[in-house]
Write a protein that binds this ligand. Structure first.
Ligand SMILES: Cc1cc2nc3c(=O)[nH]c(=O)nc-3n(C[C@H](O)[C@H](O)[C@H](O)COP(=O)(O)OP(=O)(O)OC[C@H]3O[C@@H](n4cnc5c(N)ncnc54)[C@H](O)[C@@H]3O)c2cc1C
Length: 432
C-alpha cells in the first residue's frame, strides 16, 4: 500500500517550516509522501520584503530554492498555482504555466492528496478603492518588492537631473500604518542615506518626504499603544509625516485623494493597508470569511472537511474568547509546529489537539535607526517594553528562528557568518 500523501500548498513562513518538519519525520522514512506546491521557485521570508523593496537586502542572496531544499529534506516540490479543488476525488488543480513570452510550459494538472494543507498567505486589501490596483505598488511578493525598488532607483535618478523635477523634494506616500508601512518608511530613509553615500544620488534625507497614511486614530493600531507611540515619535524625529484618521478614497498617477477631499501628491505610492486571503480560497467550495480566509476549527481543520487544514494568514482560526489568530509570522511559525504534531498524531490514529496562539510580543524594526517592541504579552497584558539594541536583537532572532526551522541550527549559524562576510565584502545595498 502506498504511504498517505500530504500536499501542502504555499511554501511561505508557515508552509515551508511544515514540509521541512514533515519531510524529516515522515518523508525520509517513507511513512508519508510530502508534496509542497508553490507558485514560485524560491522562498523569501515575507517580513523581509520591505528590505528587498529598498534594496537593503539582495533577494538573490537570501532566497531558498524549493527544488534544492526538497531534495535533501524528504519532500517533493511541484511548481504550480492552486486553481481548483475536487473534495470528492481528493485532488487539487494547478493552473497552466506560461513563460514570459506567453508560450506554454506546463498544461493544467491535477494532484491527488490524502491530506491537504492550505498555507497560501495573504495579499494587501485595497478594499476596492478606485485607482489603487493600477497606480500603487504593493509588497506582497518579491516580484512586487523588486518592481518598487526599480521604480525607486529610477525616481532618485530622475531627481538627479536638475531640469526634470517639478517639486523641491522627492515624495513617497505609503497607505497603511501597520508593520509594513512603518518599517518601509524607516527603511526608505536608510536607503536614501546609502544611495547618497555610494554616489548614486545627491538626495539626502531632508529632501525625501515620506507620508505615512493611516485610517485609524494611531499607527500600528493592532499593537499595544506604547509601541505605536514609540514608533511614531521615532518616525517623526526622522521627518516622516504621519497622517492618522485619514481615509483614502481614490488613487491616481499623481497620488491620493482623501475622504475630506484633500490631495496627497507623491512620486511613488505604496499600498500596505489591510490583509486578505487570496481570492482563489473562496472558489474552492470551502467556507470562507468575506476576506477569503478559510474557516477552520481550532485543530486547524476546515469546518467543511476534516482532511483539509489551513494555517497562517489564509486561515481564520478561532481562539478562546471570540478571538482569531492574528496574521503574523510568529503565528504561522507556531501553527506550523502545531500542525506538524497534529498530522503525525492523525497518521498514528491519535486525537488532534487544539491550537492555542501564544503572543510572544511584537517587534517593529526602524531600519538601523531603532527598533521598538514588547515581549511576553502572554505573561502580562502590556508585555515588557523594549527598544534600541535589545529590540533589534530580538527582531533579528525572529528570522533566525525561521532559518533554524528550515536549515537546522548548524547551517543557520554558518549563514550568520556568511551574512556578516557579505556585509563586509559587498555593497550594503543592491544598486542595479
Ligand atoms: C513587509 C512585511 C513586513 C512584515 N513584518 C512582519 C513582522 O515584523 N512580524 C510578523 O510577525 N509578521 C510580519 N509580516 C507578516 C508576515 O509576513 C506574514 O504573517 C507571514 O508571512 C504569513 O505566513 P504564511 O505562511 O501564512 O504566508 P506567506 O509567508 O505569505 O507564504 C504564502 C506562500 O504561498 C504561496 N502562494 C500564494 N498563493 C498561491 C497559489 N495560488 N498557489 C500556490 N502557491 C501560492 C506564495 O508564493 C508563498 O510562498 C510582514 C509582512 C510584510 C509584507
Amino acid at each position: 500500500m502506498n504511504p498517505p500523501r500530504i500536499v501542502v500548498v504555499g511554501g511561505g513562513a508557515g508552509g515551508l517550516e511544515l514540509v521541512t518538519r514533515l519531510g524529516r519525520k515522515l518523508g525520509l522514512r517513507k511513512r508519508a509522501e510530502i508534496v509542497l506546491v508553490d507558485r514560485n521557485t524560491t522562498h523569501i521570508w515575507k517580513p523581509l520584503l520591505h528590505e528587498v523593496a529598498t534594496g537593503v537586502l539582495d533577494s538573490s542572496l537570501d532566497e531558498l530554492s524549493y527544488q534544492g531544499h526538497s531534495s535533501t529534506h524528504g519532500y517533493r516540490y511541484q511548481l504550480g498555482t492552486l486553481s481548483g479543488l475536487d473534495r470528492e476525488q481528493r485532488r487539487i488543480t494547478l493552473a497552466p504555466i506560461h513563460d514570459e513570452k506567453g508560450l506554454p510550459v506546463l498544461a493544467e494538472r491535477t494532484l491527488e492528496y490524502d491530506y491537504l494543507v492550505l498555507s497560501l498567505g495573504s495579499v494587501s486589501n485595497d478594499f476596492g478603492t478606485p485607482g489603487v490596483a493600477d497606480h500603487c505598488y504593493f509588497l506582497d511578493s518579491v516580484k512586487q518588492a523588486e518592481a518598487f525598488r526599480k521604480a525607486m532607483l529610477n525616481t532618485f535618478l530622475r531627481y538627479g537631473d536638475p531640469g526634470h523635477h517639478e517639486r523641491s523634494h522627492l515624495s513617497v506616500a505609503i497607505v497603511g500604518g501597520g508593520a509594513t508601512g512603518v518599517e518601509l518608511s524607516a527603511e526608505l530613509l536608510n536607503a536614501t542615506q546609502m544611495l547618497k553615500s555610494y554616489g548614486y544620488s545627491e538626495i539626502d534625507r531632508n529632501q525625501l518626504k515620506i507620508h505615512l497614511i493611516e485610517a485609524a486614530p494611531r499607527i500600528l493600531p493592532a499593537l499595544p499603544e506604547r509601541i505605536g507611540n514609540a514608533a511614531r515619535k521615532e518616525l517623526e524625529k526622522l521627518g516622516v509625516e504621519i497622517h492618522v484618521n485619514t481615509k483614502i478614497t481614490t488613487a491616481d498617477d499623481k497620488g491620493f485623494t482623501t475622504a475630506d477631499g484633500s490631495r496627497l501628491d507623491a512620486d511613488l505610492t505604496v499600498w500596505a493597508a489591510g490583509v486578505r486571503g487570496p481570492s482563489v480560497l473562496s472558489e474552492l467550495g470551502l467556507s470562507t470569511r468575506p476576506n477569503h480566509q478559510v474557516k477552520v476549527h481550532q485543530t486547524m481543520q476546515s469546518i467543511d472537511d476534516e482532511r483539509i487544514f489551513a494555517l497562517g494568514d489564509c486561515a481564520a482560526c478561532p481562539q478562546p474568547g471570540d478571538k482569531m489568530v492574528p496574521p503574523r509570522a510568529q503565528a504561522a511559525h507556531q501553527q506550523a509546529n502545531h500542525l506538524y504534531k497534529n498530522l503525525v498524531a492523525m497518521l498514528e490514529g491519535k486525537p488532534l489537539q487544539d491550537f492555542n496562539y501564544r503572543d510572544m510580543g511584537s517587534l517593529i524594526s526602524l531600519a538601523h535607526f531603532d527598533a521598538v517592541g514588547s515581549l511576553m504579552h502572554g505573561a502580562s497584558a502590556r508585555g515588557l517594553f523594549i527598544e534600541g539594541m535589545l529590540a533589534k536583537l530580538f527582531y533579528a532572532s525572529l528570522y533566525r528562528l525561521h532559518q533554524k526551522a528550515i536549515y537546522g541550527a548548524t547551517r543557520t549559524a554558518l549563514k550568520i557568518v556568511v551574512d556578516r562576510l557579505n556585509n563586509w565584502l559587498r555593497p550594503k545595498m543592491k544598486l542595479h
